[in-house]
Design a binder for this molecule. Sequence first.
Ligand code: ZN
Length: 366
Amino acid sequence: MTHPSEICEIAIKKFENLPKTGKPTQDEWTILAAVILYDKSANSLKVVSLGTGTKSLPKTKYCKNGLILNDSHAEVIAKRAFQKYLFSELRKDDGIFTFNQETVQFEVKEDLSFHFYTSHVPCGDACIIPEKDESYSEEPVIRQNAQDIGAVRLKPGKGIRTLSMSCSDKLAKWNVLGVQGSLLSSLISKPIILESINLSCDFEHEAIERAIWKRFNSQEFDVSHPLIRKGFELEIDFEFCFDKDKNPCPNTIAWADVQERPLQVSVNGKRLGVGKKQFYNKKSSLDICKRLLFENYLDFVGSNHLFLKKFGLTRDELFAMKYEDVKNLSKSYQKTWKDLKIKYFKMWVEKDFCFKEFSSIYENKP
Ligand SMILES: [Zn+2]
């Protein structure tokens, strides 16, 4: 069994032990989220990915080659850093996966489970408390219809609007499709789900449950029901919690339990300290942006003849494919996602198609 307080504490400690760069100043607040691995046989916990952040970009700043991170909310950063961790584990002999030669699929070892930590109630539906009809969080939430609980919402943003969906909506999606995303789905036997969501702040249990799984009909979709738990009597607190008298920290920290570049700090969806000239350059992108996760996938599958054979592709054919077409190699993932959108997420904003058309051989132009 895992204990919520232990999960909260190990995530906060991990954050505290990271270098200062990218952390909030005393006048700033942020959100911290993390994915924690629990090994039942060893009864041990380990943070495998972590993210901080509160910002999402306006749609005018999007990059059609997938080099900029549109959504830098902590929950999304932690999830994308988790994918970076998964790609690194696929390459290990003693990692979290075993390989099934018959099905040509990776399987997560039996004793392992994944747990989520966040320092704040996820933005969107989980912040809406119906009885009182008020927003739980004091952050601005774009509410097309505040009474409409269980509704899909865009992330808050000042000025030009963002196309990023709220973290409540994304967590809900992950509870059906898994946190591994579409690319990794084509390589693993089943979705990787979160067994529990652990929070170090106060929250309305019912609102989070509704936001992240109760709004789905379990008969139609295979929905996971993560335990929603509060860490209490914590030995350490997250010191940069939301404070209405402070400013949101513009920086994002993305950390993953990997050998190469475990830690990357960003602002406005690009690595910190990048000049304007380099803005649309791969070198200034985060490993967890769409494009670089895509290249990570191509690099792995392109050198694995079993998967190439399974997909009926040569290495060159794979490398010439567009992002969207490669994502479609995960047929059941794409089918479920399509059904889910029709049924529950009609409002889910589809990025203009040009934001998904890039391939690894395209020029690095904005
Ligand atoms: Zn959020």
